[in-house]
Design a protein around this ligand. Structure first.
Ligand code: CAA
Length: 248
């Protein structure tokens, strides 16, 4: 919490499609937002854009795939601002390709950025959450961890692993005021989704009953709700937000 009593929310991979709207929504809802990033130039441009829109986010650099970098980042955040109350594990990458052509590097990179990152960030913030008897951890998974998607063995393994992680951590810390949940977005209008070749993307959109890609703002509202004090009885859940593409 900050000295003036605001809950501190750390959003990883903030400088991206989903992350940007999460940061804005959390700030609109009264959180002190810290935007994690990996690439300096991109982050500098983003920060200026955000300032122009009236958002003055604190920035924190670390490659979340790297345990020690995350440790140093969290230490710096605690020194400058206070302890992290809300952690949104949003950073993630894709390296799509049919399994028979998938390189070890593309397997490894996706597992490290999308799943090891969750361990790295949670491990560095959870002890303070336990001490203060309060915390919110939100892991951003994917509909493609719940259903099958050609070309995403690496991504599906990492994103499904994320929810296994959420469920177990949720019950380990439930009596300490900490909730741990997964959100599984479907196809949202981000650069990541727009990078899918149009012939494949068009076919995918046809399988979404709502009839369109999701909006980043729609995911951001859900994140902010799970980050709120009022969401205290929701833990170990996997909340789908996919326009009906996968119902179960
Ligand atoms: N279903 C069935 N067969 C498919 C296929 C599919 N979706 N895609 C390709 N194939 C077939 C090809 O036709 C080809 O067949 P033949 O060998 O008989 O000719 C074979 O599989 C292998 O083809 P390639 O390896 O050359 O495939 P490609 O390079 O053309 O396409 C791919 C592979 C790039 C993974 C492509 O399928 C693709 O982009 N799929 C979409 C992946 C996707 O949805 N990614 C989501 C990214 S966004 C995200 O992940 C966010 C989120 O959480 C939702």
């Amino acid at each position: 919490m900050t000295k003036d009593g605001k809950y501190i929310a750390l959003v990883t991979g903030a400088v991206g499609g989903l992350g940007t709207d999460m940061c804005k929504q959390l700030a609109d809802d009264g959180f002190f937002v810290i935007a994690n990033y990996r690439t300096q130039n991109k982050a500098d441009i983003w920060q200026q854009e955000m300032k122009a829109q009236g958002y003055d986010f604190a920035m924190a650099k670390a490659d979340v795939a790297n345990y020690d970098e995350v440790g140093a980042m969290v230490e710096q955040i605690e020194k400058e601002h206070g302890t992290v109350d809300v952690l949104v594990n949003n950073a993630g990458i894709t390296r799509d390709g049919a399994f028979r052509k998938m390189s070890y590097e593309n397997w490894d990179a996706v597992l490290k950025s999308n799943l090891y990152s969750v361990f790295n960030c949670c491990h560095h913030v959870v002890s303070h959450m336990l001490q203060q008897n309060y915390g919110r951890i939100i892991n951003i998974s994917s509909v493609n961890a719940q259903r099958a998607q050609f070309g995403q063995v690496n991504y599906a393994a990492a994103k499904a692993g994320m929810h296994g992680f959420s469920k177990t951590l949720a019950i380990e810390v439930a009596n300490k005021g900490i909730t741990v949940n997964t959100i599984s977005p479907g196809y949202i209008g981000t650069d990541m989704v727009m990078a899918v070749a149009q012939e494949y993307r068009d076919k995918i959109v046809q399988t979404i009953p709502v009839g369109r890609l999701g909006g980043t703002w729609e995911v951001a509202h859900l994140v902010s709700f799970l980050a709120s004090k009022e969401a205290s009885f929701i833990t170990g859940a996997n909340v789908a937000i996919n326009g009906g593409q996968h119902v179960f």
